[in-house]
Unconditional design. Structure first.
Length: 74
């Protein structure tokens, strides 16, 4: 990858690579990054050429929509 990531995006990428899959809420609890900042860092990581898969889910109790992000080597 030729594009240099910001320090916060590099931290999110390291976190995602080690964990494999996460949600913005889990990232908030684990690495203290708010949802808006997390999704901006995901965009930055994707623009740098990393493959990040996004999946939508419905919470079984509240029926609210949420997304999970997964690091992919493919």
């Amino acid at each position: 990858m030729n594009i240099k990531l910001s320090p916060r995006a590099a931290e999110v990428l390291d976190y995602l690579q080690s964990k494999g899959r996460t949600t913005p809420r889990e990232a908030l609890l684990d690495i203290d990054i708010n949802s808006g900042s997390f999704t901006r860092r995901i965009s930055e990581i994707r623009e740098a050429g990393y493959n990040i898969l996004v999946k939508s889910h419905r919470h079984p109790t509240t029926n609210r929509l949420y997304r999970s992000y997964e690091y992919s080597l493919v």
